[in-house]
Design a protein around this ligand. Sequence first.
Ligand code: ZN
Length: 1020
Amino acid sequence: MPLPRQRMIFRRPMPCGPEPFRVGGLLWAAPRRDVASGAKAKAQDDNPYRETVTLPQTAFSLRANSAVREPEIQRWWAEEGVYGDLWANNPGEVFTLHDGPPYANGDLHMGHAMNKILKDVINRYQLLKGRRARFVPGWDAHGLPIELKVLQSMPRERQLELTPIKLRRKARDFAQKTIDAQREQFKRYGVWADWEEPYVTMQPQYEAAQLGVFGRMVAKGHIYRGRKPVHWSPSSQTALAEAELEYPEGHTSRSCYVALEVVDGNGVIRADGPSSLAIWTTTPWTIPANRAVAVNPEIDYVAAAVSGEGGREGGQIVVAAELVGRLSEKLGKQLTAVSAFKGRDLEGVTYRHPLFPDKVQPVILGGDYITTDAGSGLVHTAPGHGQEDYQVALKYGLEIFTPVDDNGVFTEAAGRFSGMAVLKEGNEAVLAELEQQGLLIKEEPYVHKYPYDWRTKKPVIFRATEQWFASVEGFREEALEAIKSTSWMPASGFNRINGMVEGRTDWCISRQRRWGVPIPAFYDVQTGEPLMTQETIAHIAEVVRKHGTDAWWQMPTEDLLPEGLKERAGSLKKGQDTMDVWFDSGSSWAAVAEKLPGLRYPADLYLEGSDQHRGWFQSSLLTSVAVNGKSPYGAVLTHGFILDESGKKMSKSVGNVLDPKVVIEGGKNLKKEPAYGADVLRLWVAAVDYTNDVIFGPNILKQTAEVYRKIRGTIRFLLGSLSDFDAQQHSVAYQSLPSLDRYILGRFHSVQMELDSAYSSYQFSKVFQGIQRFVIVDLSNFYFDVAKDRLYVQGRSSGSRRACQTAMHHILAGLLSSIAPILPHMAEDAWSCWHSPADGRRHSIFKNGWRAPDDEWRSQWSDDDVLAWEHVFRLREVVTKALEVARENKLIGAPLEAKVLIHMEDPSKIERAVSFGPNANGVDELRYIFITSSVEKTTEDAAGQAPHCVSVDVQGLGRVTVGVSRADGRKCARCWNWSEQVGSDGRHPQLCERCLPVVEEMGFELPPKTVEDSLVGAKS
Ligand SMILES: [Zn+2]
């Protein structure tokens, strides 16, 4: 069915033309103030020639009425299956922009809108270019945030009753509801996608594919179970990935300097009195788990005698040589170096554990992480609570000791601290004990960056637990190669992700939560030994494909085991861990791009916010490289974040969030929050440099709506001017077009080439600027202004009018296809107004494809032509200035009342483009270009003697003198041009020599009374 037409049809000719047009002075397009003045308006209505003028006519209204019209167009696209038809049947290659799944939690914000609109602009452009761009949208549905939302929605006692399966059902319902709501909003942005068949990480087929990725990584030996310090959130009792942490400003820790009594100086530390090693830590609660002191082998250390107020007099402490001065000041003691040695000499020294004096522990050699930037240069080493500590402990075979449980509370292994929360009373108790032992040298608050749980906003700890890991070490080199082979836009993305992958540790992929895909491992009830083979994983993946991952919690262990292992069911238990959600979404290349028809893997493009170098870009890269040794994408494009108009980050708590829904549909008070429609929002997305953070707010929106209106007005004027033009019948051959029309086509050729290249390199702000400049500067301010005379006044079928329409026809076709990716509703709407459904079925503009400019417009248009027109425009600037002067001095009102006298040194510089006097085609004359009644080439003296004159040196033209005097003759009542011929015809004494034949050809006659009146007028 054809797209229903706009309801508003103009039956009466309307004063058409985009608002910002400078009006040349034609009859019906008089300046506003004239129309507003009652007398003049009446004079127009009385003008007998009104009906002989051809005004633009179109059903395409200046008002978009987007609240009604956009949904109508969207429904029509859906009914016609336009998008599905294009991606399946286009002649070109497949193009896959693989969607990063937003989290199915809460409302959409401007960031979501920008992301999906950018994707849609890219896909629509690709579809127009004939490529098969299928877009399967996704959602990320598992994970802690949704689990927490479910828990927070019920009282504590009900939470405790919740079985894993009940919790999972509630989480699933919550996610599904969110997805349904978000989907409707995304559709309203005008985004084309497989909305009815999205991919969701909680779909059984997705989960099965994810287990497939996991299985292939196990087969390659990239998955292992280990005890290892990870970021652990006591507040949500789970391990957290780096992407789940935030580092708020202003975190203050209680840092302390502690003296550890040296037991054996190993011949290096020699003293009569006691000596100690000075350590410094910001986490006193980790001191019970201390297993060594690490020094940097390359740094110089000293044993320093301590004197001054307070304890430890007479003894020595070991610190980095460079820090002696700073520490003296900080500790308020006099430190005097007694002996010096290299760090490496300290290996073999032992000391007494400050809290458990029976334990004697070693000084060991650490790495570059030990510096003299802060502390003492000696590092307290607790392998169960620190990454570097853990690494060095492996080297020395130290115990990975972690006397802290899931809740962040000391276990019995911590002795007298057992039962205390480490971040609260545990920390206090440790400090108190050290103080009591006389080992606390100094305690002070310390402000630094400290990781917090991104959801609970509570501090996390570092703690060694049994976890599943993906060994990044095993494929790091391949990953770095894959990063190199990918195109990163902007280029800074390369350094970001390259640095992250270079420096990252193994990926902890297990979580102690319920709402997710299970780690498919069984454990021996007796020994705790895990069982996980290719066979077991494949079997579980098959079960999951049929029943979803609920099966893991519902089905008996026996059913989850493959045939040969069922008899062991009695001695095995299912694991309780789920996978990190980044593993979920990071498997989407396998579950979606690799699997679905019409998509390809590696995808052509991933496009997300610049925070995803740490998140989805990286997790997708790691899984893809681990399994297939290649990047999942050919190119990665990132966008920044959205700030409000004062440059602040948008956040709910600040209250500066703008809801995309309100932008499109309007708020409660439509005066304050008007409904701008999806196209205006899309135009804003195209306008900004999205590769950086961008600013958005009510004022910016208003300005964008203004540009939208200008584009719309331009298209309306083109449509209106073409209402009686049939391209087949009326087109004028390029070679026969006037120079002016060839000029505008030449301009349009280069504009369209620029737009095409900007689209294909994702530089939409260049597209926006290119369209805006062409519409305002080239069309509104010049070409249309000049063209109105031909369009309105010339005979309908005259060659010059048809020539103008031919150029406008090409421009409209090209312009509509150029704006279509960004403003699809406007483009489709205009297209439907342009092409009447006379041929039965009307196709969507998107089926018409990208309209490339005709080569002829450039190849037949020489550089000399271009230069001649540049000269015309320079001359026009001078003429405009001279007319302004004449107007200011009340010599003339409208420019049509002027005669322009021009002297230039070398007139041939413009005569290739236009002529001074009458030209055979009646178009390429300066009087029309300047919209004055006449232009004469004259001597410098003659021009200088005109009542008003401007004389300047113009680049490329030399001295130019422009004089302005009043036009000769009288004003033509029909075209407002002045001419000495007005009054020479008895039947039409008010008309000029141009209008006369046009009116006569129409067979138009004035009523006798009017002729008499005008004769009287002519004599007076
Ligand atoms: Zn006339």
